[in-house]
Design a protein around this ligand. Sequence first.
Ligand code: NDP
Ligand code: GDR
Length: 360
Amino acid sequence: MKKALITGVTGQDGAYLAEFLLEKGYEVHGVKRRASLFNTSRIDHLYRDPHEDGVRFFLHHGDLTDSSNLIRLIQQIQPDEIYNLAAQSHVAVSFEEPEYTANSDALGALRVLEAIRILGLEKKTRYYQASTSELYGLVQETPQKETTPFYPRSPYAVAKLYAYWITVNYREAYGMYACNGILFNHESPIRGENFVTRKITRALARIKLGLQEHLYLGNLNALRDWGHAKDYVEMQWLMLQQEQPDDFVIATGVQYSVRDFVNIAARELGITVHWDGEGLDEKGYDASGKCIVSVDPRYFRPTEVETLLGDPSKAKEKLGWQPKITFDELVKEMVREDLKAAERDELVKRHGYYANNYHE
Ligand code: NDP
Ligand code: GDR
């Protein structure tokens, strides 16, 4: 039975990947951070009491900023495959926490690679690095492919640039099977609530049920190539099953703006979007006393990535990979799940409990 170690198992991709690998028959080990509140809601459905027979999913406390912890875990588990998904993954937050972001996202990758080397596992353990379309930043070519020059535009992207190159370097220097998946944005109903797609579906669902009045967003004109996380984790696995390690762009090749995303999600919910600046008074309300979407400059980034569009031809050709879930299906699924959650909150509120209203 193959053993996989996933850092960032409590995150969006970690949860989908753990489920995928368990279905493939792997023994799966996940690294989770200690938190003052439980942070395992995305993987609770996979967890089994370790006293039961045949358990194949294990969680370990760990952190990408702690080398000794990583060395001990990798020594103990002796994984065939490591998926390094852990990261401070929010671009806007990286401007506020640049040093921590560099420590976890850049040096974290180095620590895992070094642990493999220190333990003499270079020929046994295959390594996947969660690289990103943010590397292209101020784009030099459209669409972006594996050979497009990088121009990172945030502390997050700069940290991920280091992780990208250290992965390439360890592959070349020590003959390790190490790959970069350059993944464009991918979303799902379990996407973090402060990434723009989930923020939109969650807020519009709550607006529909009267739990919230406004949705405040930043740059509505940003263009992204949005896929489904479930599709993308399959590619992470496929990359580690080839004869030779390589780096791949993973994307849909289709682009929408943040504004498009709002309109499509609103249409799905059957609500009308009133945009800021369209017949609104100085407080942002229209004649019916309603304003749904306003721009709040607090969500602008000091340097923005205005447009990203990927060319996944290499992955299609060499990995036989292509996304199965369309953009419309993705939006529908996210809206459906957030509407269910809003219905639960509405029920709670109706029975006298306060329902939270996040704008992050
Ligand atoms: P999430 O933010 O949902 O998950 C990040 C995970 O990393 C969480 O499990 C988090 O733990 C964990 N983590 C954060 N810091 C540390 C640390 N110092 N030590 C250990 N674990 C840590 O991200 P996604 O699942 O969306 O993304 C997975 C990876 O892919 C990330 O590296 C991201 O940068 C990258 N990526 C994502 C894309 C996307 O569109 N989703 C596109 C391209 C790349 P906790 O739950 O405790 O916060
Ligand atoms: P991104 O995702 O920065 O592309 O990084 P995010 O959803 O945060 O932003 C996408 C675009 O939407 C604009 N935007 C807003 N973003 C947020 N979060 N909140 C808002 O209110 C808002 N309004 C407009 C942003 O400015 C941006 O242009 C994601 C992360 O998953 C990274 O870890 C990953 O590497 C990249 O995708 C690929």
